[in-house]
Design a protein around this ligand. Sequence first.
Ligand SMILES: [Zn+2]
Length: 281
Amino acid sequence: MPGTLLFGIDVETADENAKGFAQFGAELFHELQAPVTWYLTGQTLERYPEAFHVAAASGMVDLQAHTYAHLLLKSVLMRNPATHHVHGDTDWYFQPGGTLAAVDRDLGQCQQVFRAMLGHGALALCGPWGHYRGLGDRPDLLEVVYKHGFRCLRSFARNEWDAQPVPLEWQPYCYELQGYPDLLEVMTHGYQDDFYWEAFTRPRGGERYINHLRSVAERVAADDLTWSLCSHDHNCATLEGFEVKVQWYREILAYARDLGMRFVTASTYYQDRLLVGAAQR
Ligand SMILES: [Zn+2]
């Protein structure tokens, strides 16, 4: 099998950008017949429930959670690249995460909104900003996310410097070691979006994000890997802005499809993984 693509987009702005993305994005992924996961903040879903109902009805969009208020599950302590600063003006950058109690409250509120707006809670949770090792070093947080019904996490989205890129060698896994064999981590590989690739690599001249993505896709296909790719709803309030943003979506999805890659949502990937896990036990 020439690889699996998990394309997941943070729809988090809770403003006109999210509304635009919901409308134009549903049309795009339907047109491309490409299954995709959207990780919505509760605030975003609460503000535009109708737009997301329509998106979900398109059959290509799997709606999952990105906390209620974009709360970091853990702190990020990032070492800036040696050559320049991506965040802040020092070699190290600190972004504080929520307390355990705050995360507990936020996730409860998030699932409440999902149940009220969609009739069911979310299966998957994308942790804002993402972290090195996901939640593997925090059994207290694993207990909280599990309690709120999440069974699929996208919280491992940084390398050992809490920076980018996340190498493909690190593949999705279950938190079995911590006592949760049915809690899956799907990660985010590479850079979290085009703007993060630019911020970390400072491309010159002809270097383009799509060229980087093509080389990743080739490696994924050759080695039959899972590739968790991330983007955001930023600057998508108008169709013009949306089309600028999604140019590389169109290009990489066409390229990956030509390579024979399988496109799946987080829900489908979770079901498949758990079935395989059950068969092996
Ligand atoms: Zn986010």
